[in-house]
Design a protein around this ligand. Structure first.
Ligand code: SF4
Length: 90
């Protein structure tokens, strides 16, 4: 019998018990060029919004099918339902 984490409403990948996926996402985030990466404060703000969002199930955004940890790491990315603060050039 395979083990499968229960889908957790409001859980990011790192909270959902999907350590294998989280490691893969971390590797991909590290490959994002610094010029394209979201500043830590904005990244944290975005993920806090996702954690409170009804569309986040088991670490996946059901509106776009992404892992918010990854999508939020690109500074010009947007939430599909416009809940995130949008990056603005300084
Ligand atoms: S990206 Fe937007 S819609 Fe998706 S979980 Fe985050 S806040 Fe919700």
């Amino acid at each position: 019998m395979s083990e499968r984490a229960e889908a957790c409403i409001g859980c990011l990948l790192w909270e959902s018990g999907r350590a294998d996926l989280l490691e893969s996402v971390r590797v991909h985030i590290e490959k994002i060029p610094a010029a394209e990466r979201t500043a830590q404060a904005l990244y944290d703000d975005r993920l806090a919004v996702c954690r409170a969002c009804c569309h986040l199930i088991g670490g996946t955004c059901l509106k776009c099918g992404c892992y918010p940890e990854f999508r939020a790491a690109f500074r010009t990315q947007r939430c599909p339902v416009k809940k995130w603060q949008v990056y603005k050039e300084e």
